[in-house]
Write a protein that binds this ligand. Sequence first.
Ligand code: XIL
Length: 346
Amino acid sequence: MIRFLFLFMMLLAMAQTNHAQTVSKEAVTLKSVASFPLGAALNPKLLNNALYGRIAEREFSSVTAENHLKMHHIHPEQNRYDWSGGDALIAFAQRNGQRLHGHTLLWHQAVPKWVREFQGDSTAWEQLIKEHIQTVVGHYKGRIAAWDVVNEAFEEDGSLRKTIWLEHLGPDYIARCFRYAREADPDVKLFYNDYGQESSPGKLTAMLDMVADFKRRGIPIDGIGLQMHTNIRHPDRQIENTLRQTVNTGLLVHISELDIRINPDKKPDLVPTDALWQQQKQKFASIVRMYKTVVPKEQQHGITIWNIGDGDSWIPNFCKCQDFPLPFDKQYAKKPAYDGILEGLK
Ligand code: XIL
């Protein structure tokens, strides 16, 4: 009888330990482990999905609007602004004590029809962007911590991208956009954001030269966004080198749109294997670790993941291929990539 009782008590104690382990494992979230802001790009429409909303709230301390602050969304007609998407995200972020990162005031791929058809001389174009920037920054003043003022203004070779903005505003338009944003909000952090600096040395140099030029001329700029849409094969040393050079500017550094493709060859029939999930996990871990070690604390604006589940990612649409670049799967279960981020953060 005593022996039986002893066995029973042992079993009870084991069950309790197990329970405690599950509970404490559950309590660990990315943001609870991160020593810098960890963000996700969100689509306000998906917040209706309880799982999506729960992960966005539990795991992340910063929010970027994936699309809803871009010009074609927020300024669909010359005399009409649509704040609904941005305001919904702000309300979500405020409820959860999260930071809101603004993306983006000027991007050549987010041009509304009325701008494409706009007729006017250079003064009228200048007025157009000034009004857009100052209305949007002004509307969110005090509620948005940072803005990607200009997005993707350089070609891979470092020349200025031939966009509608360059055509109508001339080569110094980027500096003027930063000035307009600063006039509208003296406290918001102003970022230049671009992709592929880790694979295009010409673009990286052009961006660093621009920062040096801004400093010389007293043009306000606070940070640089490295989008980091990358893949499992991209060499760490190129990423590290890009981080180091960006850190040398003294500005804030944001890995602003991180996702890691497992199908860089765009195989139409790719079936993910455990080996691929492990490689993706390692790449997430090493990028997060590099950020943590290479970027000094006072320059860490954070890392933002470009949405949450593989089903929400922009990549399949963009590459017209199968891919699974995010830390959660289509059903919002954690992938090995999630543990990779955790590992890198620790
Ligand atoms: C993408 C969004 O993820 C897509 O939903 C949208 O259709 C196109 O834009 N660089 C950027 C982001 O700066 O704004 C882009 O986001 C991805 C590439």
